[in-house]
Write a protein that binds this ligand. Sequence first.
Ligand code: NAG
Ligand code: NAG
Ligand code: NAG
Length: 481
Amino acid sequence: MLLHSALMALGASLAAAVPTLEVQGEYFVNPKTGNRLQIVGVAYQPGGSAGYNEEAGRDPLSDPDICLRDAALLQILGVNTIRVYNVNPNVNHDKCASIFNAAGMYMVLDVNSPLVGESLTSWHPWESYYAAYLNRTFAVVEAFKNYPNTLAFFSGNEVLNNEETGATVPPYARAVTRDLKNYIKKHSDRAIPVGYSAADVRSILFDTYNYFQCSLKGDDGDMSKGDIFALNSYSWCGDSSFKEASYDQLVSGFSGNSVPIFFSEYGCNTPSPRVFTEVGTIYGSQMDTIFSGGVVYEYTQEANNYGLVDMQSDGSAKLMSDFLSLKDQYAKLNFTEIQGKKPASSSTAKAPVCESKLITTKGFNSNFTLPVLPPGAQEIIDKGVSPKPSGKLVEIKDWKVKFTVKNPDGTTISNLAVKPLGEDEINQPGSNTGATTQAGTDSTGTSSAPKPSTSKDAAARPGAVILPAVAMGAFAVMAAL
Ligand SMILES: *[C@@H]1O[C@H](CO)[C@@H](O)[C@H](O)[C@H]1NC(C)=O
Ligand SMILES: *[C@@H]1O[C@H](CO)[C@@H](O)[C@H](O)[C@H]1NC(C)=O
Ligand SMILES: *[C@@H]1O[C@H](CO)[C@@H](O)[C@H](O)[C@H]1NC(C)=O
């Protein structure tokens, strides 16, 4: 009896999971509600490319304490998805995947890495298309396929980055998508979508999209057709507009899409700090029939200055003002409405048949005869990767963040923790409001902290504290005292 209830308790704590999404036509759909899901995402690559270190067995999802800190902050920010670029299939991701799952967040995973032999190259792609490379991409599938919050895999990221690469790369990039889809079909219990993440090089963007989303035989079961399409786009800079940022061209260029489309990166940082006024447009009516949201680049501050959070090597972290600006933009939106839309019933979008007239740029590849599998690869698809990595949700006992995290003004955030969500819940702004801001700074913290502000000053200055509503509540209590 005791054992039984212990197991029940364990089962209950393990069972709470985000609903596994499905692709229906051009939409991500939550099968539990029938509603579309708009991706509200952040690129997650702590440490930049150094955060992926094969010899040290380290990748962005290998350290549960760091993941817990970041999942708590991302949950407060209001996101529902992280994009992770470089994962090592041979390290254990169970705790991090379980933490992000409990926090109500999906993972979009790139199967490649920047290391030699771990991605298709832009230059002479045929030289990097071989069995050991594919084996590595399949191993990533094995490592992540069992997590309910694995949303999608990117088969390639910006392999096409100019017109020259448009001449040579497309058949190889499409072949990698085909091989991954064949592998998933044979070895995964559920269909996990696979697609390409494109550089927003406007001269080749729509050819790239057409090349990957068309269907060779005219049927949607085509195994080499991308299931999703995404783009890394930086055309909205500062306080721009739908037209000025040429988002109107994106909407018209992608209209009639047969697969979900979203920004796999956005967030131009000139000027900086950022205002993120694109957020309202991305989730608004001008975009939301064609786009399924987007991923802000990026979580941690690195040399290229796109960070929302500045993290130190001792695990402490400090929010940047961009974090608060983005949070403010999300807070203006009504996510009950945004995440409550049904797929358009009139949708009949069907992939166009692959033919050279789909391609409009001179020199862009229009040969849809794909390269055959490299020697040895069919055997791996047939028998599966060996040895086979595998992942599963595990119980997490403590949700409290172990590191000091500060606001941009140097005040310390208290009671920072992941709030595990219930079964089928997806994170959105307001899900986690448990953290509070202490007045004054902790002198052991980062040296760049400005002069501590009094609680009165902080309360009077909008944006000075991470969680205005809660912090105001705390201040109100202090005032009452
Ligand atoms: C395939 O991937 C697995 C898991 O990473 C690895 O152990 C194995 O050595 C790889 N095999 C080949 C042929 O590359
Ligand atoms: C948000 O949208 C929902 C659904 O349309 C609506 O019921 C609710 O009143 C809206 N909330 C606000 C604050 O406007
Ligand atoms: C198209 O690509 C295939 C496979 O690489 C190749 O065999 C064929 O010659 C190409 N066709 C043309 C017209 O270039």
